[in-house]
Design a protein around this ligand. Structure first.
Ligand code: G6P
Length: 615
């Protein structure tokens, strides 16, 4: 996700822009840049590929320092056009206007064609450059900066958060958003904009959150906001509760609890700019993704812990939906077993931290075994060792995950893998336009479905009491729900120290059914899918052996509530992609509440580390 920061102050703006960019780094970037309006009213720009510190070095090395009171800056995560200086923001049109952009302009090719005819020269491969030219063009016929922007944005389809400056209007920044986040910071020494309030915490705690379609005019001492119809509006000033520089607990008791409840937002952030109204944005996996996805014949996924469980879900999706063969393996085994790796393999690593030693080593070894393979990592940490080792990177935008037991990283990894499935299917024509649209719509529903599921917390809390004196638990599922059962069992083990095992429900009769008695709680996941009837028979087998059962079901699954069988209805009409993500939530809540009862150290469970960087 791209990051934006900008401001109009009575001080030199450049240090503030750099500080803001650094605070946005965790969101992912491949280049950064800034534009400052100089005292002589010219647009002074600096751009660098890589970390923000490269931009800092670039600025320090200049003889003519970039200084001024008004400026905009950007960290870019490439979607249209490779990571390179010429594609980095801010973009400039004919020295009359400069723009930073977060989002995707879907009709940019159409706009580009007509702007070329109007004589505009393009210097980048981005969709953003059309914004700069469109505003420059409308400035010719509008008598204010604001009107020029209002006119231009009417021609854009897609999503945008924009910061705009012009030497013609040297005291003004225009900010506008539609579908992408943008906040205004109200400060003592000036007024600011950013894509995330984190970027501005050093200068203000007062924020105005723009609504879709709003256009704001920021001056040193005045902010004026207009709604999508051009009416002047007042938006409330909110005092941020975020403590500067620190991810804090807010009103939560534990980071794990907070991170469970953050999932609707982290999924929204992960989807931002990665889907359009009806399609997936394949280039979200990197500029070369399109070409690579065309060439691959099979997929090998390698990961550890929770990230491995995400890979297991993806295997079902990739083979069933995208029709591409897929293997999944834990990295600690893979790295030592001298695997055969065919050419045309997409080697996918999944890692929250991007630093897990086994996963990193498995990746390096795979590249040594066959240097023709393509590599993709799905990672929550922008500048990590694993991202550096991979051809393609998809950053989950879960934000910093502090709790050792992974929650929001897992569900955002699933979102990433769903997008991967859809992208490969679309490119290889194994997924129809209609199916793509259905998947995209399902993904968009996730935040509200998760919020609905989180409402079950009090019911789940009551069930947690049953685990107080238990030493073991069994999790059952079929299909993708087997992988979700594995994740549920892992969560319970990690934070409540109860031995838990997951089994595919159909395999129960081949051994584990011998374990079942009244002391063995069984947790089953029962979505309304093609395996439901088979699962119901498996549940009967368990129940008749006297187990205390908890069943999480779709409202339409109709697993009858029987004695010693607690059935909790989660939600209804879930699809193959949304169901595993939604059914993860009650299992996270269950393990959290069991851990509370057992009074364990929820966020830092014994013997575990957030990121295992040693073997
Ligand atoms: C550790 C953590 C797990 C995590 C695993 C993989 O074991 O305790 O929660 O799933 O590492 O971490 P990664 O950062 O590679 O996803």
């Amino acid at each position: 996700m791209c990051g934006i920061v900008g401001g109009v102050t009575n001080q030199d703006i450049t240090p503030l822009l750099l500080d803001g960019l650094k605070r946005l780094e965790y969101r992912g970037y491949d280049s950064s840049g800034l534009v400052v309006l100089s005292k002589k009213n010219s647009l002074n720009r600096a751009r660098s590929v890589g970390k923000v510190k490269n931009l800092e070095k670039n600025l320090k090395a200049r003889q003519n320092k970039i200084k001024g009171n008004i400026g905009i800056a950007h960290t870019r995560w490439a979607t249209h056009g490779e990571p390179a200086n010429h594609n980095s923001h801010p973009h400039i049109s004919n020295q009359v206007v400069s723009v930073v952009h977060n989002g995707i302009i879907e009709n940019y090719l159409e706009l580009k064609d007509s702007q070329i005819k109007q004589g505009y020269k393009f210097t980048s491969d981005t969709d953003t450059e059309v914004i700069a030219h469109a505003i420059a063009f409308s400035m010719k016929s509008s008598n204010t900066f604001l009107k020029s922007v209002q006119k231009a944005i009417n021609t854009f389809d897609g999503s945008y958060g924009l910061g705009i400056v012009s030497p013609k209007y040297p005291n003004i920044i225009i900010a506008t958003r539609k579908g992408s986040p943008l906040v205004i910071g109200v400060g003592k020494e000036g007024n600011y904009i950013a894509s995330d309030q984190m970027a501005l915490l050093s200068v203000t705690k007062k924020f105005i959150f723009l609504e879709d379609g709003d256009v704001a005019e920021l001056k040193l001492k005045k902010i004026t906001i207009y709604d999508k119809d051009g009416n002047k509006v007042e938006r409330p000033i909110i005092i941020s509760k975020i403590k500067e520089g620190q991810v804090d607990l807010g009103d939560y008791k534990h980071f794990m609890q907070k991170e469970i409840f953050e999932q609707p937002q982290s999924i929204r952030d992960t989807l931002e700019s990665r889907i359009t109204k009806e399609t997936v944005v394949v280039s979200a996996f990197g500029g070369k993704a399109n070409d690579i996805f065309k060439k691959i014949k099979q997929i090998q996924i390698v990961a550890c812990g929770t990230s491995y469980n995400a890979g297991l879900v993806a295997k079902y999706w990739l083979e069933d939906i995208a029709k591409i063969p897929c293997n999944v393996e834990v990295a600690s085994e893979y790295r030592y077993r001298h695997p055969l790796i065919l050419n045309d393999t997409l080697f996918v690593t999944i890692s929250q931290s991007g630093e897990t030693a086994d996963t990193l080593e498995a990746l390096k070894i795979a590249k040594k075994i066959n240097n023709k393979i393509y590599t993709l990592c799905i990672c929550n940490s922008a500048e990590s060792s694993i991202t550096r080792e991979s051809n393609l990177t998809f950053l989950t935008h879960a934000g910093p995950e502090i709790g050792v037991a992974s929650t929001k990283a897992f569900t955002t990894q699933l979102v990433a893998l769903a997008l991967l499935t859809c992208s490969i299917g679309v490119i290889n024509q194994t997924i129809s336009k209609q199916n793509e649209k259905a998947i995209v719509n399902g993904l968009k529903l996730l935040p509200s479905l998760i919020n609905e599921t989180l409402l079950q917390e009090s019911q789940i809390k009551k069930l947690a009491v049953r685990f107080k004196d238990k030493n073991s638990a069994l999790f059952l599922g079929r299909g993708t729900m087997y992988a979700i059962a594995m994740e549920g069992a892992l969560k319970l083990k990690e934070i409540s120290y109860i031995h838990a095992e997951a089994y595919p429900a159909g395999e129960l009769k081949h051994g584990p059914i011998a374990l079942i008695d009244e002391n063995m709680p069984v947790i089953a996941i029962a979505p309304n899918d093609e395996l439901l009837d088979k699962l119901k028979s498996n549940l009967q087998e368990v129940k008749s052996r006297g187990s205390q059962m908890i069943v999480f079901e779709d409202k339409d699954s109709q697993v009858k509530s029987m004695k010693a069988m607690e059935v909790i209805q989660i939600t209804s009409n879930l699809g193959r992609i949304t169901a595993p993500i939604i059914f993860t939530i009650p299992l996270q809540l269950l393990s959290y509440h069991v851990a509370l009862i057992k009074r364990t150290d929820v966020d830092k469970p014994r013997n575990l580390a957030k990121s295992v960087t040693v073997e």
